[in-house]
Design a protein around this ligand. Sequence first.
Ligand SMILES: Nc1ncnc2c1ncn2[C@@H]1O[C@H](COP(=O)(O)OP(=O)(O)OP(=O)(O)O)[C@@H](O)[C@H]1O
Length: 400
Amino acid sequence: MKPDYILLRLGELTLKGRNRSVFENRVLTQLRDFLKSYPNIQIIKNYGRVYIQLNGEPFKDIAEQLKKIFGLVSFSPVNKVDTELEAMRKVSLELMNNVSPKPKTFKVSVRRAYKHFPHDSQELNHLIGGYVLHHTPGLKVNVHEPDVILKVEVREEGTFIYSEIIPGLGGFPLGSSGKSMLMLSGGIDSPVAGYLAMKRGMKLEAVHFHSAPFTSERAKQKVIDLAKELTNYSGKMKVHIVPFTEIQTKFNEHPRKNLIITFMRRAMLRITEKLAEKNGNLGIITGDNLGQVASQTLSSLNVIGRATSMPILRPLITMDKNEIIRIAEDINTFDISILPYEDCCTIFLPKNPSTNPNLGVVERIEETMEWLPQSIEDAVENTETIIVSKQEEEKLSHLF
Ligand SMILES: Nc1ncnc2c1ncn2[C@@H]1O[C@H](COP(=O)(O)OP(=O)(O)OP(=O)(O)O)[C@@H](O)[C@H]1O
């Protein structure tokens, strides 16, 4: 049975007043952007509710798009019938017959906005419920915990009937929490960190450190592909590809091999901070997860984090690996992340990276690296910026 409308539930329970309308408008802007290839749809706000009128556009395809919009808690396909008892009964029965898996219990919940309709809500609950029961062997009414609630909204211009509730992503609409720079490696974690930050309303740009010829073009392409998957939720995204070979090679010459990862991560943060500031980003997001590897002990995170005064957000910091993998699978990044192309840090990984670096020692050694400030400037200057989206990919000048 083809629905005529989709009822949208926009959300965060805590929002009130003006905040709520700002929130709703942002979700609707995102919605219009995602659904622009369906020219016949109309978005309607009515009786405090938001509907998409489908006008013949395909429900299934549009539902797939709706599942990628942050701020949308759930939605329901809705059928509209004339405000007339027999029509309501017929469509109610048809909808109940289509519910899968077959429910054992149900209840009808009528809301009568059109007060001149000859039956009140209570009567209608019985008139419609009784009809459905009579024509559906085995089905029972349970008013307290039904398998399905059949909602009937009676209005003068037509009656809306629905039963299915499809979960959306929830969260905050994209852009409502500002913009941050996601440090995107080719691994499993950082795309998930980016997704979770987006879910909390953050717009993202991504930065990736690339060490050609030690790392291959395919490693770079892998990161671009990961960013493209994230654009399923965001539209276009800028990806900054930073040439990191020179800096890494010089760090690699240093005798304190166990501190190389610490030096590298601090240099990455300094470069990221500069790119973030240039592009109006207010924070840095990483896929760090406490205690997994040497650079992610609290002691390492402390020494590495001191390289920038910008807030570093680590959405995965306390999560279990299997939780992270589950999200990576849901957002389609897992299969890309496990492709075997080497990342720059893996290649330069020392045998015994320090798990407990000393900030004073690290800072003193960095001061002796006279080449470092200029190399950081050069890396920023030579960064290549591309805009990715699932559809298009344009090269931009490195001055972005
Ligand atoms: N080459 C890189 N380019 C950009 N960011 C990077 C790069 N390497 C590491 N990072 C950032 O540092 C974080 C920690 O990296 P690390 O390799 O220690 O951890 P990880 O658990 O393997 O993370 P991931 O799965 O994201 O690679 C990454 O999640 C990412 O945010």
